[in-house]
Design a protein around this ligand. Sequence first.
Ligand code: ADP
Ligand code: MG
Length: 463
Amino acid sequence: MRLWQKIALLNIVIIITMSMLTAFIIRSITINAMRSEGLIQGESIATNLSDRISELLLYEDYYNASEVISEFINKERDLRYIFITDLNGKLFAHTFKEGHPKEMLNWNPIAKDSTKSVQLLNTEEGNITDIAVRIFAGMPAELHIGIKEDRMIKTLNSIRNYMILLTASVIIAGALLSFVLSRMITKPLEQLNEFTDNLSRGDFGRQVQISSRDEVGRLADTFNNLSKELLLYKERTEESYKQMLRTEKLTALGRLSGGLAHEIKNPLMPIKTLFQAFRDNPQITRQDVDIVLSSVEQIDDVVTKFIGFARNDTLNYSDIYVNAIIKDILELIEFQIKEQGISLQIELSKTPPLSGDRPMLKQAIFNILLNAVEAMPEGGKLRVQTSQRGEYIIIDISDTGIGIPAEIQEKIFDPFFTTKKDGTGLGLSISYNIIRMHKGQLQCKSDVGETTFSITLPAANKT
Ligand code: ADP
Ligand code: MG
């Protein structure tokens, strides 16, 4: 059940209960008021009548007494019956047309030390209030009148009808109102909910528009601030992370400087030789110029590659083919490989593209390849393999270098863990993070004589 439905339901339940309760209270108050009013009236009627009848009773004037009470009962609408007992307590006169009820004298006897009595009788015709007064103080002669509650019941019925109408309208109006109100309360809450959902998914910097100035409004303000700060924080961490990647790249490239020097030195050799020859014989052929030019281009190429790799790129996802990246990196470390006498075995199979950031992935794979090369200072075999397993692309990088002892295998992905004299210990931790960022996995296995790093990356889904 949605929140607004709960609020609306709760309101409706409260409204119904309150209206029922009100109706019940009003009804009992009315009944009580009418009864006591009726009682006062009834008592005054009875006393009045008893005064008129007392003399007739003394003379045992049955005829006139009957006359008086039947006249009286015809005049008073609410009277059901009147009966009188004589000085001996025997029935003297009554207004029942078809014989009087047998137990009548026991209905409402007046207590000895009392002058009147009131009793509510529950009869077939409904409730009747019997009011009895003593005609002569200290004598058994009594006058009873029975007052019907018909009028009261009629009044009560009409009150009840009004109440039903009122309750129904209150319920309908209340239901509508609580529906509108609960929507008003829950709409901003729903907006907030959606907003925090986005926030938890890392969508920072967005703002939620809630104009109300109540608690929800204040909560929204707080969330808006939080969102802004999170964005700022994210940008800053990204910035410092980028800085770190760059530093690591430069350091790693620095470690390749031996190779870099060679790569620059090599093409310089023919240039140097040619210029030496030029000093003795200042004749230069077109072929010589071509050699100089291609050597210079080679140097330019190497330097451009290094600079290009060290460049700080912004995160940008595109379709990437891992084979192309591997070829790029191998070119970068080619000379180091040759210099250390490492034999290279490349087995690239056709793999689908993956969606990722090219410079990042290049750095991730570079770190692993460089580690492999660094693990084989005395030469060895470097094998680079790509394959596809289901929706995943696998890159295996194996070397026959120094290996990783079991006790440090768990630590090698930790930042700053290094066993190298000039190591930063950041390479694998960076690779690990980049690969995780691409929803992939990085695993390491080091057995006797062979260390393998396996990268698993999901292929781009073409939907
Ligand atoms: P660094 O290369 O700066 O030391 P890395 O995070 O790249 O930092 O590597 C951490 C450690 O993992 C290395 O110091 C090394 O001990 C170990 N390691 C990584 N790759 C290999 C490998 N192919 N063979 C042996 N040891 C390795
Ligand atoms: Mg390293």
